[in-house]
Ligand binder design. Structure first.
Ligand SMILES: [Zn+2]
Length: 333
């Protein structure tokens, strides 16, 4: 897998749609934009080809810096351009481009290593990776190290944050080893406030002389920790509110994202003798009986929890998961 290098964002990006991207960027590309000062801000885009906010950010940056220099140099990675051209998260035969950053022996890992090697040598000011959710979620940032600078990046983006250490193969996990790093979740595709929030974070970070050395206040950032991911039994049929399936989830499930739910919250119903939902922690230990109960066919939450990334997208639920359960992280930093 080849990595291309450019010294400017292609000016024609402005008139290009995501599906036409291969005309401008036929391969994964690392774009250096010289600014008024260094070190550069690293911006990661298009790791998931069906998420359009990072493409809109690329387009906005191309327009903005067509004939002037940014206040800080930028190093921009455009990742899975082939999947972007097909509006797919990834193509058959490809790995998830946000799971290739912790070593391995595929050509995709070699590509990620090369990007990381070049970035690390420049000692980036910070790293921002831009994503969308498939379900309805408020905007939030994910961080991997409880450092003041990383926490501040999260607070600058949105008042909600998620801390995780697993999976270890994501871009922000790799970059957090050598610079403050954040993954931003900018709502669903087409959410214009998500694009604005991403650009605002880039601007604020780019213009900062240094990142803060004190953590944000409670009121500026509510931080959660992932407890487990929720899987639907692959053998069972499921739906949102349709009576004929074995698992019937409530139709407003993805409106519960980032809501602190009390014990007893109903989630749906099932005709199965065994619960067709599972909760697995980061080590794939089964936590289901701690979180879900089925009584007379009704499925309820057994203890208080806060869901995130709950989606109603059937393909995502089958390929990945239904969503995550989190708990608030006490401020220990
Ligand atoms: Zn993504």
């Amino acid at each position: 897998m080849r990595l291309d290098r450019l010294n400017a964002l292609p000016a024609q990006l402005e008139q290009t749609s995501p599906t036409e991207i291969l005309q401008l960027l036929p391969n994964p590309t690392l774009i250096s934009v010289a600014g008024e000062r260094d070190p550069p801000l690293f911006i990661c885009t298009l790791l998931h080809g069906n998420e359009t906010t990072s493409f809109e950010v690329l387009r906005a940056l191309a327009r903005r810096y067509r004939d002037r220099r940014p206040s800080r140099s930028l190093l921009i990675f455009a990742g899975n351009v082939e999947a972007t051209a097909s509006a797919a998260r990834l193509l058959p035969g490809q790995p998830d481009f946000n799971r290739i950053w912790a070593g391995g022996d595929s050509g995709f890992v070699t590509l990620a290593n090369e990007v990381q090697r070049i970035a690390q040598a420049l000692r980036p000011f910070a790293s921002i990776d831009i994503h969308n959710n498939t379900g309805r979620n408020p905007h939030y940032g994910c961080i991997n190290v409880l450092r003041p600078a990383d926490l501040q990046l999260a607070a600058w983006f949105a008042p909600l944050g998620v801390y995780y250490r697993n999976p270890p193969t994501t871009q922000s996990m790799a970059f957090a080893e050598f610079c403050p790093a954040i993954t931003i979740e900018c709502g669903q595709n087409g959410d214009s406030t998500g694009i604005e929030s991403a650009l605002r974070l880039i601007d604020r970070t780019m213009h900062a002389d240094a990142l803060p050395t004190t953590a944000p206040r409670d009121s500026e950032l509510r931080l959660y920790e992932t407890v487990g991911r929720i899987l639907v039994d692959p053998q069972r049929s499921f739906s949102f509110g349709e009576a004929e399936t074995e698992l019937i989830l409530r139709t407003d499930l993805d409106e519960m994202n980032f809501r602190d739910l009390p014990a007893g919250t109903p989630l749906g119903s099932s005709t199965c003798t065994e619960l067709p939902l599972a909760v697995l922690d980061e080590q794939n230990r089964v936590l289901t009986s701690q979180f879900f109960a089925a009584q007379n066919g009704a499925i309820t939450l057994l203890q208080a929890a806060t869901p995130a990334m709950l989606t109603r997208d059937h393909a995502v639920i089958r390929q990945d998961c239904l969503g995550y359960l989190m708990r608030p992280l006490p401020q220990v930093w």
